[in-house]
Ligand binder design. Sequence first.
Ligand SMILES: Cc1cc2nc3c(=O)[nH]c(=O)nc-3n(C[C@H](O)[C@H](O)[C@H](O)COP(=O)(O)OP(=O)(O)OC[C@H]3O[C@@H](n4cnc5c(N)ncnc54)[C@H](O)[C@@H]3O)c2cc1C
Length: 608
Amino acid sequence: MPLQKRKAELAICETAGGEEVVKKVRADMRGGAEAGGREEQAVEEPVGLSHAAADALSAATSATVEEPTMPQPTCLVWFKSDLRVRDNPALYAATTFEPGTANINSGMKQIRVGGSATTAAASASNLPVIALFLINVAEWALHDMAPLRADFILRNLECLKHELAQLHIPLIVRVVEPDDAANHIEDRHHPVAAPTAVLEVARRVHARHVFFNREFEVDETRRDKATQHMLEADGRTVHTFQDQCVMDPGSVRTKEGKVYKVYSMFRTTWITHVVRDRMWDKLTPDPRPNPKGACGAGSAVAAYLARWSEVPTQLAGDVLRVDPAQAILARTHFPAGEAEAHARLATFLADRSPMYTTHRDLVAQAGTSSLSPYLSSGILTTRQALHAAMRANNGRIEGGSAGLAKWISELVWREFYRHILVAFPHVCKHQPFKPEYKNVPWLNDPLAFDAWTRGRTGYPIVDAGMRQLNTLGWMHNRCRMITAMFLTKHLLHDWRRGEHYFMQHLIDGDFANNNGGWQWSASSGVDPQPYFRIFNPLLQSQKCDPDGTYIRHWVPELTHLHGKALHNPHAELPAAEFARLGYPTPIVDHKFARQRCLKAFKTALGKM
Ligand SMILES: Cc1cc2nc3c(=O)[nH]c(=O)nc-3n(C[C@H](O)[C@H](O)[C@H](O)COP(=O)(O)OP(=O)(O)OC[C@H]3O[C@@H](n4cnc5c(N)ncnc54)[C@H](O)[C@@H]3O)c2cc1C
């Protein structure tokens, strides 16, 4: 059975008494099931493995991996969604770590300095640094990763390996096998496989200190905590860092200390903090190189490094196999590497940002940065993007260039959704942000869903968007909103199905942004406007693709049409001419769908 189709999985959950148990949950939930949504709660990290459980797993692993005596200790950096060398707190901390001196585990604030430091020679007291990346197909598939995104990660890993080699830092690309989950854990795909693999690598390379940047989703937090506990139970120190946000999640609050639920107010306070603390200027210095030959041919770990040094060009098995034609297209549109990300950023800021306010919603134009795949996989940080944009705007975060200020405010959406995810982890658990929206009577018509996925709804702008997604693994933001709202409001289909479909196809798939975007579109999210925001797809089409270039490109059946007929061929063309197009009649009438939607939402909210 393909992994993506698995409906039941096991997860370690905490009981009311704090005891951890293995429990069945749905596989397609990011972080396990929950009976109901919590509206607001203190920012706290979900439970990982207890020390006792970690000890047990650690003991199970030690049966197979023995460390030789008196090895040269090393530092291990575990890369995840931070596939870059620059502005990487975990990597920098490892390369500057001097055992027995400063305690850097409390976070970047102690070691961040302004600007970009030059690469210095490693101090004699530094330990050699080894990098690790885990290819965990089971975990990726459980989280609906798109094959194109997996391909993008592999391509970027190759670039990372090259960048690290310049610093004489070897990269271990360790494939996580089901056997990495200790035998007494029944579920071979549970995230415990990753901690066990990290521990095994740490032992093999004699890593006394392990460094990594944290991730925020519930499963990922559990995995990171389990890893930390296992490593510590094994006598290793662990140093973790926050690299995903400019402002730490939980640090932007109202005067009363509450978490913001509305973007505009979050943005105002976020800007105040960023300017006051000059957060935009606090890039992590560049990492230092290893002493030459530290992990070279003669070293004790050389054989192990050689065994795991290859970056595969494709993954084993069928689960995340990428279509070759799609892969070629994606490689053209989204070449890999930090250098590419920075070049894109520079070109966008210099050439296109001045038109951002006027062009960002024109779907046929390259009016946006198309940096999302690089931000989602951590090839570029939000901090770097903000830093560059503010420099281009003469140090201003607001005012100055309207295009730059608007673009910065889009970066703030990215921050906002991460802060929301940490403060309201129920959004990771398949729950609406606003609990009152959980009773919408979705129709969930499988034929309608199928038509939507294939771009055969009879609404050209919706179909063009879906075909762009299916072909490129990327869709313009305006079309993401139009297609998402069409599925949830016009077809009354549960937003979670659309959320999964997007995730399974997006090269920039990012849980916080995707969940935020879908919940916003379905009105169950942070949008202060309630359910009656329903886009008219025909008006949207005329506004965002006025001359029809986008539709003509993605819906070739309509290539020869112009004007209103292109946006609404069924209504505008004579019946015989429409029939010759081979294009579907609209799947639902807009006015009818709108009324049906309003009724359904009112019923769910008890407003009828
Ligand atoms: C239903 C839906 C699903 C989405 N799924 C994803 C997803 O999986 N991954 C993803 O990165 N974005 C997602 N977005 C947000 C947005 O559509 C993309 O970030 C944007 O289209 C990327 O294009 P760009 O890099 O050219 O953006 P630009 O306009 O150049 O913006 C720069 C960056 O700001 C951030 N950003 C811009 N708009 C948003 C937004 N609305 N919410 C959060 N961050 C934003 C992105 O990181 C983006 O790369 C989704 C939006 C919707 C409505």
